[in-house]
Ligand binder design. Structure first.
Ligand code: MRU
Length: 324
């Protein structure tokens, strides 16, 4: 299954809001549809929104809209994952150079697939001997155009015949772990156990986990990493339990222009995602804080697996070196 594909006329995406109940494909034929899909998380995951953003830009420009305006609208769809800005910037630069931005978007599909494969192999080597992997949110087939970043390492281990099993956190409030990660690992025949987010520290403290591996929406120049809300709690619990904590991300998530995690914009989403509806819902009007991401300081990170190599502390110099 491909999370996104170009049909020749539209960007065809799996509507991730409907997984695992049904597989609904959406054909996004203009920039408005792409922006709406990204903002509502029909299309989600840093890598896929980066590629979708490039397609959105290309569709807008092809429709004769103002390129600068189109770029700004697409980038504003979600603020935290820098991949979105990278995808749009690449497409915009191609247009300024007289090239077709659509070619850039199509190329990003291929490059993301290859980068995920490289992360899988590099991560497999870095995490040799770790078979019980705890992960958060969804970083796999649905979130990338390849086999994934953090989950790409899991898939690489399985493909190599190495023992691997996953503890998947539920990932409140939108349950990307419960709905998406569990579903795609089950499809692949990889053992997966679901736990509520608040059980993760206990899993770590009781020796059930060999390594935590998560994705990233933005990695600052010093290695501070923004990822799905709850990642910071996992990193703290992993450090306390003496369990290695790895970030796996394609280079498009690295943002050397953001000095530290404090400068990463954190998306805050609607209260309705937390409150829900129906029996058991809190009282209407209850005050809610619903950040979609948090920042894990670099000193809690054991290593960052990218397609360019596995980064180790001190991350600042390591990132500067690989950015060249
Ligand atoms: O809000 P989401 O579902 O887009 O958040 C996704 C994550 O936090 C992922 O871990 C990250 O984007 C990496 S996906 C390869």
């Amino acid at each position: 299954m491909e999370s996104i594909a170009w049909t020749g006329a539209a960007l065809r995406v799996v509507d991730q809001r409907r997984v695992p109940d049904e597989t609904v494909l959406l054909d996004l034929a203009d920039v408005d549809a792409v922006v709406e899909a990204i903002a509502t998380l029909a299309v989600r995951g840093a890598n896929v929104i980066g590629t979708a953003g490039a397609f959105g830009y290309a569709l807008g420009v092809r429709a004769g809209l103002d390129p600068v305006d189109v770029a700004a609208r697409v980038v504003a769809a979600r603020p935290t994952a820098v991949n979105l800005r990278v995808g749009v910037d690449l497409a915009h630069a191609a247009r300024l150079a007289g090239d077709d931005p659509l070619d850039v978007a199509v190329r990003l599909l291929e490059e993301d697939r290859a980068a995920c494969a490289a992360i899988g192999e590099l991560g497999r080597a870095a995490l040799a001997g770790a078979s019980r992997i705890l992960t958060h949110c969804n970083t796999g087939v649905l979130a990338t155009t390849g086999r994934g970043t953090a989950l790409g390492i899991v898939y690489a281990k399985a493909a190599a015949g190495e023992p691997v099993e996953v503890l998947a956190t539920e990932t409140r409030p939108l349950r990307q772990g419960a709905r998406l990660t569990v579903w795609e690992l089950q499809q692949a025949g990889i053992p997966v156990t679901l736990l509520v987010d608040s059980a993760a520290a206990a899993a770590l403290a009781t020796g059930r986990v060999d390594a935590v591996v998560v994705g990233a929406d933005r990695i600052a120049a010093n290695g501070d990493t923004a990822n799905k809300i709850g990642t910071l709690a996992l990193a703290i619990a992993a450090r306390h339990a003496g369990v290695p904590f790895y970030v796996a991300a394609t280079w498009n998530a690295v943002d050397p222009g953001t000095p530290t995690g404090a400068a990463i914009p954190i998306e805050e989403r609607d209260a309705s995602e937390v409150l829900g509806t129906g029996p058991g819902a809190p009282a209407a009007g209850t005050a809610v804080w619903n950040p979609a991401f948090d920042v894990t300081p670099a000193d809690l990170v054991t290593g960052i697996v990218t397609e360019r190599g596995v980064l180790r502390a001190p991350f600042g110099p390591a990132i500067a070196e690989l950015a060249r």
